[in-house]
Design a protein around this ligand. Structure first.
Ligand SMILES: Nc1ncnc2c1ncn2[C@@H]1O[C@H](COP(=O)(O)OP(=O)(O)OP(=O)(O)O)[C@@H](O)[C@H]1O
Length: 237
């Protein structure tokens, strides 16, 4: 479970990217984070994987209290999370297998264990035949599949995706969404920041809309199922 309570994030330049935001996400939910550019989506996502710390408020995620957390506990938190980015962020000098297995290598898994896990996630994202290729030999969609395989190698409780289809054409985006849906179907929470209205319309999930650093809409299947935690009214898009 993920819980934000009265979270404010103020950057050092004084910009308040999030203002008193509260949000609860249950294990297994699929949540879209939408909103105009600059609304605060990426800031929210970065707070979740503790790239950023809140200026005020409380965040708990997968039983970790991010406010009280010491730096040395951060890797432990991150092992419960998978993160996928718009620009994939693969390591160019490593093969597909090495990119995916790196996180397991860091925590001291044996070569055999890494090989088994990598083979399994590569099959899951449909890339078994690309194991020895380098990222720049792959299409954007294939690179994003590698990034997803890397994100799920630890079997995370939560998958956080910041614009995962932002660099992809519509068909490839659909393929990526099919993979995210499968991962969600087995109980992984998926939180996805997106500008892709077509995906949001075609694959309905809980939708949290951020504007000007506050949540202005929180709905599921066309119905409001979550109390809004601020005074803003939902938009009528
Ligand atoms: N590192 C930073 N330092 C200062 N201000 C920042 C920083 N990162 C973001 N901001 C500001 O915080 C606000 C929210 O930005 P954020 O990146 O969270 O929005 P976003 O909704 O993800 O936008 P986009 O869809 O364009 O990625 C914006 O006003 C932005 O300029």
């Amino acid at each position: 479970m993920i819980k934000l309570l009265n979270v404010t994030k103020r950057y050092s330049n004084g910009v308040e990217a999030l203002k008193n935001v509260s949000l609860t996400i249950e294990q297994g939910e699929f949540v879209y984070l939408v909103g105009q550019s600059g609304a605060g989506k990426s800031t929210l996502v970065k707070l979740l994987y503790r790239q950023l710390v809140p200026t005020e408020g409380f965040i708990t995620i997968n039983n970790f209290d991010l406010r009280l957390m010491r730096e040395r506990q951060v890797p432990k938190l991150r092992r419960t999370l998978g993160v996928v980015f718009q620009d994939f962020k693969l390591l160019p000098k490593m093969t597909v297998s090495e990119n995916i297995g790196y996180a397991l290598q860091v925590i001291g898994k044996s070569d055999e264990e890494i090989k088994t896990a990598v083979t399994q996630v590569l099959a899951e994202v449909g890339l078994s035949d690309q194991a020895d290729h380098f990222p720049d030999e792959l299409s954007g969609g294939q690179q994003q599949r590698v990034a997803i395989a890397r994100a799920i190698i630890n079997d995370p409780k939560t998958l956080i995706a910041d614009e995962p289809t932002g660099n992809l054409d519509p068909q490839t985006s659909n393929d990526i969404m099919a993979i995210l849906e499968r991962i969600n179907a087995r109980g992984t929470t998926v939180i996805m920041a997106t500008h892709n209205q077509q995906i949001v319309d075609e694959l309905p999930h809980r939708l949290v809309e951020v504007a000007n650093g506050t949540i202005i809409r929180d709905e599921q299947g066309g119905q409001y199922t979550h109390e809004l935690d601020n005074d803003s009214q939902p938009s009528t898009r």
